[in-house]
Design a protein around this ligand. Structure first.
Ligand code: CA2
Length: 142
């Protein structure tokens, strides 16, 4: 089992500002917990972050071509704007779970809408960084 966690723009700043919204953990902390979880299941994990839409699209295509079994995707603010990322998800057969650390529905109106969710297996939001582990567990379960 080969899994991929993708993180979009500004998530490299996690733990550095706005702890009341996103918590105190850094993305490196989240990565460590995800790696430990996936290891328990003897599965493989790649954990990536990019601030660039095109890079995220390339990684999504690559996942299909390299036999990835599932993608956990926090698309950051591209969630609310990117038709190109929606099309990229639609263009692969690898299942994608959308994850948000914050509850996007409790926040500004412009964050309520996800352009990507309809192309994903499901969406987890508002459970903090635990959402990443929950999404991975969904793929890891038999
Ligand atoms: O709640 C989430 O996980 C989000 O995907 C995070 C995005 C936001 O644009 C989405 O609406 C919801 C923001 C990424 C992180 O931005 C930071 C801002 C300040 C300090 C640290 C990170």
């Amino acid at each position: 089992m080969k899994l991929l966690v993708l993180n979009g723009p500004n998530l490299n700043r996690l733990g550095k500002r706005e702890p009341e919204v996103y918590g105190l953990e850094t993305l490196e902390d989240v990565k460590k917990r995800c790696v430990a979880l996936v290891k328990e299941f003897n599965a493989e994990l790649e954990f990536k972050q990019s601030n660039h839409e095109g890079q995220l699209i390339d990684w999504i295509h690559e996942a299909e071509d390299t036999g990835v079994n599932g993608i956990v995707f926090n698309p950051g603010a591209y969630t609310h704007t990117s038709v190109a990322l929606r099309d990229a998800i639609a263009s692969i057969s690898v299942p994608v779970i959308e994850v948000h650390i914050s509850n996007i529905h409790k926040r500004e109106e412009f964050r309520h809408k996800s352009l990507l969710a309809a192309e994903c297996v499901g969406q987890i939001c508002g459970l903090g960084t635990f959402g990443y582990e929950l999404a991975l567990r969904k793929f890891l379960q038999k």
